[in-house]
Design a protein around this ligand. Structure first.
Ligand code: BDR
Ligand code: CA
Length: 315
């Protein structure tokens, strides 16, 4: 079993990524570190705890992460994030607060300690703003050296979803994402190049609802909210993008995607601020980052439904 930490900005596809991880026998989820993006970090923590309880795993610890971007003093949820994920991050579906509380240790300290403790047996999957990861790298060169990271974010050969060249998770904190891709030694990017090819429709969510469980109901209702938002923002797709779950899928099985080794950077200045692109200053060096450029979408969807289906059925 591979140990995994999910660094989530608990929105709807983050919830699907959590369910995917919990339904995967290859993975041991050792903790969730909360970040911001789809929601404020404190709302992310609440959702993490509530969904862990709903999914029958209240034993998994949740750690509070950084609350805003490295170059900013604060953070407010963007109207577009609220439109896509609902004002509570989970499609305005009501889930009771969990009995469990978050941990006293910070997300950054937990990330650093876990990499020191587990090394190659651990993979970290960030699916929101990358501020926790960059802060851990700044504090601990050992973390940057040894962490295995598969992140959802960026767009290499396709347009962004914030503007023509910028993806949402990178846009939350471009400086943090740049630190992560330039200082990490094993970083895999699962960006819009592949995640917009893995789509879910009402046909699949109906199956979760039919289990008649609270978990199945939540997953179906929240995802229907997300699909409905996509009908407005990207009607040409015919479903919602399974962004964050694909990163978990690749953490388990990299053969789901085709990986291009390329040293990345994030543009920090000018009109392309937030763009993920090849680093012209490291072209000759061996690549520390890989970008997924193709995906076996049918195989991923089969895996996704089998694993999330277990959680929807009540584990
Ligand atoms: C990413 O942005 C967030 O809104 C989603 O949860 C996903 O992580 C997609 O661009
Ligand atoms: Ca996310």
């Amino acid at each position: 079993m591979t140990k995994i930490i999910l660094d989530l900005d608990m929105g709807i596809d983050d919830a699907l990524a959590l369910a995917y991880a919990l339904g995967s026998p290859e993975l041991e989820l050792i903790g969730i570190t909360a970040t911001y993006g789809n929601v404020l970090v404190q709302d992310g923590v609440r959702n993490d705890l509530a969904l862990l309880e709903l999914f029958g795993r209240p034993d998994i610890p949740v750690f509070v992460g950084e609350s805003h971007a490295l170059a900013k003093d604060g953070f407010e949820v963007l109207p577009i994030s609220e439109f896509i994920h609902g004002s509570n991050g989970i499609g305005d579906v009501t889930v009771p607060d969990a009995a469990a509380c978050c941990q006293k240790q910070s997300a950054v300290d937990f990330l650093i300690d876990s990499v020191a403790k587990y090394g190659d047996d651990l993979v970290i999957v960030p699916t929101g703003a990358m501020t926790n990861i960059a802060t851990a790298m700044r504090r601990s060169p050992e973390f940057a050296e040894r962490a295995h990271i598969v992140f959802m974010g960026g767009a290499l050969a396709v347009p962004g979803n914030v503007n023509a060249c910028v993806e949402a998770n990178i846009s939350q904190d471009p400086e943090a994402a740049d630190i992560m891709v330039r200082h990490g030694k094993d970083v895999t990017m699962i960006g819009l190049d592949v995640t917009l090819q893995t789509l879910l429709t009402y046909e699949e969510t109906r199956k979760w609802r039919e289990y008649g469980t609270p978990a199945g109901q939540l997953l179906a209702d929240a995802t229907d909210y997300y699909i409905k938002a996509y009908e407005t923002t990207a009607p040409e797709l015919g479903g919602c993008g399974l962004h964050d779950p694909l990163a978990v899928g690749v953490a388990i099985d990299p053969t789901l995607v085709t990986l291009l080794p390329i040293n990345l950077k994030v543009d920090l200045e000018g009109p392309t601020r937030g763009r993920t692109i090849g680093d012209e200053n490291r072209m000759g060096e061996s690549a520390t980052t890989r970008v997924a450029v193709a995906v076996d979408a049918p195989r991923f969807l089969t895996e996704f439904m089998a694993r999330v289906g277990k959680v929807a059925a009540g584990l």
